[in-house]
Design a protein around this ligand. Structure first.
Ligand code: HEC
Ligand code: HEC
Length: 283
């Protein structure tokens, strides 16, 4: 939908307007002295760190690891310049919103990003923080409760006898399975117009776009869009680009995952574990 795009642009504009509050004062010199390179930041409010941990768990853990020290395909974040220089998410947020080679652009709110930042900054830069290791198995959920949740929340679009048949077999690794339903396509290169990303063997249809000019209606796979141009690849495989000026031509974006994505902020940790535990049993 065009609205999705407009909302993203709006959110980005608003994001500039509402910078998160400033960090509390740095720790006294006596504390700082111990870690000469990169002083530990003052601890953020635990509630904020917990919120950040939950959002990070959904969007970042798969690639950067639960402890931010590297995961499937993403680098260790703790000692990167971006993270070390970031205060409240302003630098991390830029990477998240723009994406990187091998990292999809993610449309998170300013609040979510500053929560993630608080979580990432809560790690000791030097030592290895054992308390934050992932539990040995993520299958701590209750499959029965997960099934109830699934029927209420997901069954409108999915069925375990239909499009999710055998998902627990197809994506055997529980971690991958969890990522596949939290963020389909996110674990792979779901570049604009690219084929549905890996994410453990998922097959996500691409985002398409309809451009209606004075004379014609052109449809295809969206490859790029900004305020000035929209590019697509049409049915014949021909790349097409149109100049945009305000709402001309009319551009309608169809993201097959829009409804699926809208749910992400509504999941609680418990739901996530329960649904994964349930999907593992779907043979
Ligand atoms: C699909 C895997 C993937 C996901 C999901 C992902 N990243 Fe990344 N991320 C990467 C890769 C790969 C790079 C390295 C890109 C490069 O080398 O330019 C990266 C780079 C970064 C960097 C820059 C590090 C540096 O060296 O400058 C930051 C910060 C970052 N990611 C934060 C996040 C956060 C926060 C999230 C969740 C909101 C996230 N990433 C989700 C794969 C991912
Ligand atoms: C509004 C519709 C909608 C809702 C609600 C929804 N999804 Fe999806 N979901 C999709 C679409 C569309 C796709 C991408 C196409 C596909 O793979 O079927 C998708 C993809 C997936 C995939 C990846 C499938 C694969 O082949 O890798 C999984 C797993 C999944 N959803 C699970 C869930 C779960 C669990 C819920 C509930 C918590 C849910 N979805 C809610 C529409 C929805």
């Amino acid at each position: 939908m065009l609205w999705t795009f407009v909302t993203i642009v709006l959110a980005a504009t608003l994001a500039d307007a509402q910078q998160p509050p400033a960090q509390p004062a740095p720790p006294p010199a006596a504390v700082r002295r111990r870690a000469p390179d990169f002083p530990q930041r003052p601890a953020a409010d635990q509630a904020i760190v917990d919120r950040g941990k939950a959002v990070y768990g959904v969007y970042c853990t798969f690639c950067h690891g639960a402890d931010a020290r590297g995961g499937s395909g993403g680098p260790n974040l703790i000692r990167t310049a971006v993270v070390l220089n970031d205060q409240n998410g302003e630098l991390i947020g830029k990477v998240v919103r723009e994406g990187r080679e091998g990292m999809p652009r993610l449309d998170l709110t300013n609040a979510q990003i500053s929560d993630i930042a608080a979580f990432v900054h809560s790690f000791r830069v030097g030592g290895y923080d054992v308390s934050r290791m992932t539990p040995p198995t993520i299958l701590t959920g209750d499959a029965k409760a997960g099934q109830v949740y699934f029927e209420k929340t997901c069954a409108g679009c999915h069925s375990v006898n239909g499009n999710l048949k055998g998902i627990g077999t197809r994506i055997g690794d529980p971690k991958q399975l969890q990522q596949s339903w939290l963020m389909p396509g996110g674990g792979g290169r779901r570049g604009p117009g690219g084929p549905g990303g890996g994410g453990g063997g998922s097959r996500i249809p691409p985002t398409t776009v309809t451009v209606t000019t004075a004379g014609a209606k052109v449809e295809g796979v969206l490859t790029r869009i900004d305020d000035f141009f929209v590019s697509l690849t049409d049915k014949e495989g021909t790349p097409r680009t149109f100049t945009r000026e305000g709402d001309k031509p009319k551009v309608e974006i169809h993201d097959p995952l829009e409804g699926h994505r809208k749910l992400i902020p509504t999941y609680k940790d418990k739901d996530i574990h329960n649904v994964t535990a349930y999907l593992v049993t779907v043979k």
